[in-house]
Design a protein around this ligand. Structure first.
Ligand code: UGA
Length: 362
């Protein structure tokens, strides 16, 4: 009998580079890994087949949906600094380029495991009547985005529309799908360091590591009072492997995957990372925290979620899964990974490399 064949679009990114080895370790499957780079995916398993390609390459989606029984779609432009600066690219990457994939999966009976985002919930958790709730639930929470001129919500809106397309193909066309809404997944290999392996502003964890490695201030937007729930990449991948293993239970389900117990303010995260860094890096400079406005860091059109706590009761019951890793447990490995990969790129005096303008801001 032929082995199960799974395509993973975006397999070379942060989540993909953790998911691929976990799947190969736990399942007898072939994996077709598609991405523009595989620098983060060093696995040499013979069942892993890499293709350097973009999802909008003509014919690519037709080929993989002809060969694979499951497609995991991870490709995205998911960095908030892009939402108000490259909104059309964000809409294409998160919506336009993926509509053909949804259609092909529906037409060919291919299972689609699609990664959406917790950003679809918007600014804060509200129930159907507009009343504030503590957690975000897949069915009972409304989706509260900002006005069109707040371009921050371009991404959430594109992601939400694709969810609706997927849902419609399931409800009216038989598409077998599962939609995952990740809540701030962090771990080794996340994002990039500006000026070294990427440009612009990475997400918050990488921004703080970048600042620590350069000996620059950690920038706290609006003072860092906004709150996020962080889940370790290992707990997260544990859930995703179960999603892939349980097609019937996860059929046509939308699942929050996050860790409600790891909710902290951005300032608390900054202080926690800085103290782990100081404890593990010989000669580390004392961390400095600097308050900046959203406009200074992101430009006009930025907006924010003030708090995001997932309700994970559905994922817990369908997947028999629970996230267990605390922030103090996960931060040392993350700091060590960044130091190992990037510290050699800086000279001994921590000379500041030229990068974004805000580094010399107020
Ligand atoms: C982003 C994406 O938009 C989501 O799709 C994704 O699910 C999520 O990351 C994730 O990592 O899972 P967000 O949490 O707003 O959402 O993005 P971050 O860049 O990680 O920012 C978190 C908070 O830290 C924001 O309030 C931001 O303003 C703040 N921040 C960021 C700082 O205070 N300083 C920084 O240097 C960077």
């Amino acid at each position: 009998m032929n082995r199960e064949r799974i395509a993973i679009l975006g397999a070379g990114g942060f989540i993909g580079s953790h998911l691929v080895p976990a799947l190969l370790a736990q399942r007898d499957c072939d994996i077709e890994a598609i991405d523009l780079t595989f620098d983060k995916l060093s696995n040499t398993d013979a069942r892993l087949h890499r293709s350097l390609a973009s999802v909008d390459q003509p014919g690519l989606l037709e080929e993989i949906t002809a060969r694979c029984s499951t497609v995991v779609s991870l490709t995205a432009l998911c960095n908030p600094s892009l939402y108000n600066t490259r909104p059309l690219d964000v809409i294409d990457a998160n919506y336009t380029d993926l509509v053909p994939l949804v259609r092909l999966c529906a037409a060919r009976g291919v299972r689609l495991v699609h990664f959406s985002t917790c950003e679809v919930y918007g600014r804060l958790a509200l129930d159907a009547g507009g009343h504030r709730t503590s957690t975000m639930n897949e069915e009972s929470t409304g989706l509260f985005l900002g006005s069109v001129d707040r371009e921050r919500w371009t991404y959430a809106c594109a992601k939400q529309l694709l969810e609706r397309v997927i849902w419609a193909h399931g409800a009216h066309g038989g598409l077998d799908f599962t939609i995952i809404r990740p809540f701030n997944v962090i771990g080794p290999r996340m994002d990039f360091v500006p000026g070294i392996d990427g440009e612009g502003l990475p997400r918050v964890l990488a921004s703080f590591m970048n600042a620590l490695l350069r000996g620059e201030p950690l920038l706290l937007v609006g003072g860092g009072g906004q709150r996020r729930s962080f889940i370790s990449i290992d707990d997260f991948v544990g859930a995703i492997v179960r999603v892939i293993e349980r097609p019937s239970a996860c059929r046509r389900q939308i699942l929050n995957v996050g860790n409600p117990d790891n909710e902290v303010s951005i300032r608390e995260l900054a202080e926690a990372i800085a103290s782990v860094y100081a404890a593990r890096v010989a000669g580390a400079r004392r961390a400095v925290f600097r308050e900046v406005t959203a406009e200074q860091l992101y430009g006009t059109g930025y907006d924010d979620s003030e708090q995001r706590i997932p309700d994970v009761s559905k994922a817990r019951s369908i997947l028999s899964w629970m996230p267990t890793t605390t922030l103090p447990q996960m931060l040392p490995a993350i700091v060590d990974d960044y130091v190992a990969r990037y510290a050699p790129c800086f000279d001994a005096e921590r000379v500041v490399l030229p990068h974004a303008a805000w580094s010399s801001g107020p």
